[in-house]
Ligand binder design. Structure first.
Ligand code: ATP
Length: 242
């Protein structure tokens, strides 16, 4: 469904992506794991057109979408749930969700999908008239996912959905992500919590300083002593930094 072929993305002179190639198949849940600054967010932003690659190609459902505008990419079926949720705080839950559907013209379908999202996330249904800025972190994450789903994506990109959330809330959010995937939406999940991500994904890509250094079935990565060790080292390093 999605192919990145030798993609390079720069911030001025800094090469944040240095020849990324990866493939996500229709129906699967793939995860991109790696330390801070490895280039995970840059990869997602490049896929959805927020950053333009300097070299390489991005192919989605057989079409070359390299250099397309973000709104055209959304229309074609890719939606991003950004890092830090980015909901509109001064708008209500309902208004945030409706905004997610601006690329659509089928009013009846939008109404049906709103109800579907309220079924996925009961706390949002109870709070549909509440301002998004007054929601808890977990509820805002549900809203950000719901807003992306309102575009009816074929491919959903999720950037660090567990960030800053209590373990119980993370569990709830990840259960919903799994059920969205089971219902047919292909997912590319970016996570720093490698253990968690590899437990729900089918396949994983390990990123280091702008490159994919390993790609394998998630179970294989989970069992790999090398990956486990690498991620613990990352964690210890992060602690030492404080
Ligand atoms: P994190 O988990 O911390 O979000 P990441 O793997 O998502 O990390 P990116 O945010 O993609 O990593 O960053 C990749 C590299 O690009 C880093 O070296 C980062 O400092 C740099 N970078 C990211 N955004 C910008 C920007 N707007 N301007 C300049 N450099 C940037």
């Amino acid at each position: 469904m999605l192919q990145l072929i030798d993609v390079f993305t720069y911030y001025d002179d800094l090469a944040a992506l240095r020849g990324i190639s990866l493939e996500v198949r229709a129906g699967e849940m793939a995860t991109l794991i790696g330390a801070n600054g490895a280039g995970k967010t840059t990869t997602l932003k490049t896929i959805c057109g927020l950053l333009r690659p300097r070299r390489g190609r991005i192919v989605f459902s057989g079409r070359d979408i390299t250099g397309w505008r973000p709104e055209d990419i959304v229309r074609l079926g890719i939606a991003l749930v950004p890092e830090g949720r980015r909901v509109f705080p001064q708008l209500t839950v309902w208004e945030n969700l409706v905004l997610g559907a601006t690329v659509r013209r089928d009013r009846a379908g939008v109404q049906r999908d709103l109800e579907q999202i309220f079924t996925h996330f009961p706390p949002l249904a109870e709070r549909r008239k509440q301002l998004a800025g007054t929601l808890s972190g977990g509820e805002q994450q549900m809203l950000a996912i719901g807003r992306a789903l309102m575009a009816r994506p074929k491919l959903l990109l999720l950037d660090e959905p567990s960030m800053g959330l209590a373990p119980m809330v993370v569990e709830q959010i990840f259960a919903v992500i799994e059920s969205i995937n089971r219902a047919g939406t292909t997912i590319l999940l970016v996570e720093q919590n490698a253990d968690l991500a590899l437990h729900i994904a089918h396949r994983g890509f390990v990123m280091e300083t702008g490159r994919i250094v390993r790609s394998a079935p998630a179970a294989e990565l989970l069992a790999s002593e090398e990956v486990r060790r690498a991620h613990r080292i990352v964690w210890v390093r992060a602690l030492r930094a404080y």
